[in-house]
Design a protein around this ligand. Sequence first.
Ligand SMILES: NC(=O)C1=CN([C@@H]2O[C@H](COP(=O)(O)OP(=O)(O)OC[C@H]3O[C@@H](n4cnc5c(N)ncnc54)[C@H](O)[C@@H]3O)[C@@H](O)[C@H]2O)C=CC1
Ligand SMILES: [Mg+2]
Length: 361
Amino acid sequence: MALPSRNPNPTLRRVGWRSSKIYGSDLRSGAQSVIWGRASGASRDGAVMPPLPSGVCWRAVLARAHSARLSSGSRGASGDAGCAQDHPAVVGELRGELDRFGGVSVRLGALDRLDAAAFQRGLQAAIQQWRSEGRIAVWLHIPILQSRFIAPAASLGFCFHHAVSDSSTLTLWLGEGPSRLPGYATHQVGVAGAVFDENTRKILVVQDRNKLKNMWKFPGGLSEPGEDIGDTAVREVFEETGIKSEFRSLLSIRQQHTNPGAFGKSDMYIICRLQPCSFTINFCQHECLRCEWMDLNDLVKTENTTPITSRVARLLLYGYREGFDKIDLTMEELPAVYTGLFYKLYHRKLPDKYKTMTLMD
Ligand SMILES: NC(=O)C1=CN([C@@H]2O[C@H](COP(=O)(O)OP(=O)(O)OC[C@H]3O[C@@H](n4cnc5c(N)ncnc54)[C@H](O)[C@@H]3O)[C@@H](O)[C@H]2O)C=CC1
Ligand SMILES: [Mg+2]
């Protein structure tokens, strides 16, 4: 991560599986579940509106209903001028979209003048309505500037599901038994490049500047959202050492849980085999203390390295002597079935005749 982060494919970062599959299907069918909380002057038990025909906008309906109430001089029960019930703005406007699992997804709209207590009453009424409709869960997306609604939602049983830079998402399970909602990201992915020059038998190694022990390791770092594993390896190697390289294969995957460097989450550390395209080292002074081309035998023999680096060095030596096809997991791009997207598949080389074969003896 020596240079400012770059995402080679910003579209992928935004269009996640969840948004395209869950919300997308509902948008296409036009299905929607619309609820409303109590508007100013409405009854205390939280008026619940019947579902509108598809395509009808509740915001407009609510606004019309509210202005009619205002023009007839309707006031809240308390009659206090400063009370939330007397606010002329629509109180508790919530709009939900059904997902294909039977949950409701609510994105908070313009609620600038709504106070937290009024929001809580509206949300409570909405939850009642969703329960009566048999919804299994509520996903509540709260923009960061409306974070004052998090506490009222939490008091009604909502928990954090995840947060991104400008919003948080809370969930409430309404179905039978314990929640079956999937969790959010569980792993961080780190990728290193074992840049090996077959002509000289040299391997590129670095010592991290910020580590307690200065041991030889392969240059690498954290993968960015939407970035292919091989691209991370090539990018990190270049940023940390100045060496240009090309992806050849995936060599190993390490999975480690409760990793302190991953904020206590699990860590996947993947090492790729890379082919060098340049040889002059110009290493990053912020991240690396030393960087050199080392004979592969020396890396195998040294004790001044990490166990995983030592193991992969031995794997490389085996591949160098007996053929890299013995150690390589190669990559192929294939089309995804439902989404129209493509993905990368990594496995040991499959002979061409097996790729097209329909029957096996
Ligand atoms: N077994 C091995 O040989 C090693 C494996 N790894 C794996 O490599 C991956 C991460 O590689 P890195 O080179 O660490 O990532 P990286 O190359 O993306 O660098 C991370 C950067 O973030 C900085 N940083 C980290 N925490 C920070 C904090 N709290 N405040 C300010 N700056 C902070 C670091 O100083 C460094 O500059 C992980 O998957 C890890 O498990 C890392 C080191 C050794
Ligand atoms: Mg690094």
